[in-house]
Design a protein around this ligand. Structure first.
Ligand code: F0G
Length: 453
């Protein structure tokens, strides 16, 4: 087996994003002990003389034919750029990553683009992008000997954490907002053995409670303020570049909730440019739901200098977050890559999700904000019809089947303020049809449907 060309990632030096303090010690909440801001793993030394890009690319390709569990993981295949582990046998992997890049021809036509692709992070083992970060951070928890790991979540983080904790023989504590997490995600956490508390509050309230819990018990925090999660989530960008033969797209469009994922992807592209893997950066644009638009407001109202927290409300429950922890990191990504920030309505999200579905690709509502946002960015002239665009689809359709069923039955907006706007959804709605068990009846439906095409 070939060896890495240079050990660019060392045993993870942590650095404060605000005051620059470098430390090897972490506080339980992963905040800087001097100024209280977020920490990040210091980027690899960009002295490219120590790093052979061509050899590293070849090594990563070679690992794809290996039977070694770490090589079969689409995260650990890139371990030369991940924090080093003294004992690799403690790494917990479910063979995460390795997610496909799909063309979306129907959506491209609707949006007015020549071509459009989606990187489907919902094709990870627990059905969301969270697995790529969880494999790294949960492994750190295990290596440090923690018995308990914990997170506050809108559902996907908890599903992922519970799975990785179970695989690593750790216990897990989940805090979720009562009644605001889809059943698909909740059932995953239960099945993987998490102690699951549904708190009578929202995501931001769960986060507040958890921050107190971790001060009072030796519990390892697995929210995306954990910088090891960000390191793992970076690999989606590396894998994407490899899939595109190291030709970066013009635009990458990502949903924004707690803003860990946009921060991770941005960090990855910047580091890949620093190391010489790519010579240009994609513009990374972040899309939020109108009802959970803290970043949009922060950028528009303060130029990104201050967080404008909001009371979040959206049916895209994964991104129902009003006080995003990683807002500063996300602002830096927008500034460094020249990306845009945009918000989309509930109707626009529902329509975009159905349009992605009509291309044969299922995703959850939070993922569909990317297409809804793209349409706006095209109208504004920020994205041009000939440019290459990659949407990051963050979660699988089956995470939230209730949303999809309600959409097709026409119930999604019943009794809501959006009821008057639902006309534009009709062309995408396909309610199930109840019939007697007779071929005649089925054929009649078929003929009618055939005429509609
Ligand atoms: N899409 C999905 C499907 C998500 O689950 C999340 C976040 C996001 C997008 C937003 O990503 O927070 O990194 O900006 N879900 C978290 C959770 C908060 O608890 O599962 P972000």
């Amino acid at each position: 087996m070939a060896q890495p060309t240079a050990p660019v990632a060392t045993a993870s030096q942590l650095r404060c994003i605000a005051c620059g303090l470098v430390t090897a010690q972490t506080t339980p909440n992963f905040r800087c002990s001097a100024c209280g801001d977020l920490l990040e793993i210091a980027p690899p030394d960009s002295d490219s003389s120590a790093f052979d890009v061509a050899k590293t690319k070849a090594l990563w390709l070679q690992r794809r034919s290996s039977r070694h569990p770490l090589d079969q993981s689409g995260v650990w295949r890139f371990r030369d750029l991940l924090p080093g582990f003294s004992d690799e046998s403690t790494i917990i992997t479910l063979r995460e990553g390795n997610t496909p890049l799909y063309e979306l021809p129907g959506c491209a036509r609707i949006a007015g683009l020549r071509n459009l692709t989606a990187k489907h992070q919902g094709m990870n083992p627990t059905g969301s992008f969270k697995d790529t970060g969880m494999t790294v951070a949960a492994s750190v928890a295990r290596q440090q000997g923690f018995r308990w790991v914990a997170c506050a979540s809108t559902g996907n983080t908890s599903a992922s954490m519970a799975a990785y904790a179970a695989r690593g023989q750790m216990r897990s504590l989940v805090l979720i907002p009562e009644g605001k997490v889809s059943w698909g995600k909740l059932s995953q956490a239960l099945d993987y053995g998490a102690v699951t508390c549904q708190l009578r509050t929202d995501f931001d309230g769960c986060m507040r409670v958890l921050n107190e819990v971790i001060q009072r018990m030796p519990v390892y925090l697995l929210n995306s303020v954990n910088p090891y999660r960000i390191e793992g989530q970076k690999t989606a960008a590396i894998e994407l570049l490899e899939q595109l033969d190291w030709q970066p797209p013009d635009h990458v469009i990502v949903p924004g909730g707690n803003l860990g994922n946009s921060s991770a992807l941005g960090k990855a592209f910047l580091e890949m440019k620093g190391l010489g893997f790519i010579s240009a950066l994609p513009k990374i644009s972040i899309i939020q739901a109108e009802g959970a638009n803290a970043l949009v407001r922060s950028v528009r109202e303060t130029g990104g200098t201050r967080l404008v927290a909001v009371d979040a409300e959206t049916a895209a429950s994964a991104i129902r977050i009003g006080n995003p922890a990683s807002w500063k990191k996300a602002v830096r990504v927008l500034q460094a890559t020249g990306g845009a920030v945009e918000q989309v309505s509930e109707i626009e999200i529902a329509l975009a999700k159905a349009e992605i579905g009509a291309d044969g690709i299922g995703c959850e509502p939070a993922s569909a904000v990317t297409l809804a946002g793209l349409k706006k960015l095209i109208k504004q002239g920020f994205v041009k019809s000939g440019e290459s665009v990659v949407l990051i689809l963050t979660g699988h359709l089956l995470k939230d089947p209730e949303f999809t069923l309600k959409f097709h039955r026409g119930d999604l907006f019943a009794g809501s303020a959006h009821e008057k706007e639902v006309g534009i959804l009709a062309a995408q709605q396909r309610a199930p049809i109840v019939l007697d068990a007779a071929a005649d009846q089925v054929l009649k439906v078929l003929e009618k449907a055939d005429r509609r095409l």
